[in-house]
Design a protein around this ligand. Structure first.
Ligand SMILES: [Zn+2]
Length: 188
């Protein structure tokens, strides 16, 4: 089932997600709907807040995305693995720590359609999460996958990528953002 998306500046995007309490059939059904919704909109990631649920739950799929500047890598228990073998990747109550070293790259968001702008993100992240089978999963990621993980984890805490812009950068995209609010925002 394709779920309706929540668009900026909807307050539901600012809600901090409650922890997922049970990994059960209800959650797995929601996971399928999230995945279907993300694919429908050709997104790389989708957080529960973007379909109006304040939950620590997100999905990512970087399969087939050739980002030469930011190749995705994934390391599980010290072993390099093919990230595509772990897609779609569901983040359940993720705990993410990132390196201080940052790199800038272009980002967009299904909840802010059309806007793309550069933001700085940690080059490498360490992620602790749980799979949809309830198994603990710990890994490291770099490249676009690391960017997507940081972007989605921010959503789970009510944060958007435009929050990372400096006032000058924010001013530079103001007209674009205003036009998006006009198009997708609340109607009278
Ligand atoms: Zn987003």
């Amino acid at each position: 089932m394709i779920l309706p998306l929540v668009y900026y500046p909807d307050a539901r995007l600012r809600a901090k997600g409650a922890p997922v309490k049970a990994i059960d059939d209800t959650l797995r059904a929601f996971a399928r709907d999230m995945l279907e919704t993300m694919e429908q909109h050709e997104g790389v990631g989708l957080a529960a807040q973007q379909v109006g649920k304040a939950l620590q739950f997100a999905v990512i799929d970087i399969t087939g995305i050739d980002d030469e500047a930011r190749p995705s890598t994934m390391t599980v228990k010290g072993q390099a693995v093919n990230p595509e073998d772990h897609m779609p990747l569901f983040l359940i109550n993720p705990v993410v720590t990132g390196t201080k070293a940052k790199e800038r790259g272009s980002e967009g968001c299904l909840s802010i359609p059309g806007l793309r702008t550069d933001v700085g993100r940690s080059k490498r992240v360490t992620v602790k999460t749980v799979t949809l089978d309830g198994e603990p999963l710990e890994f490291e990621a770099t490249g676009l996958l690391a960017v997507a993980i940081q972007h989605e984890t921010d959503h789970l805490h009510g944060k958007l990528f435009i929050d990372l812009l400096t006032p000058a950068e924010r001013a530079a995209v103001k007209d674009e953002l205003d036009a998006i609010v006009e198009k997708y925002g609340p109607k009278e």
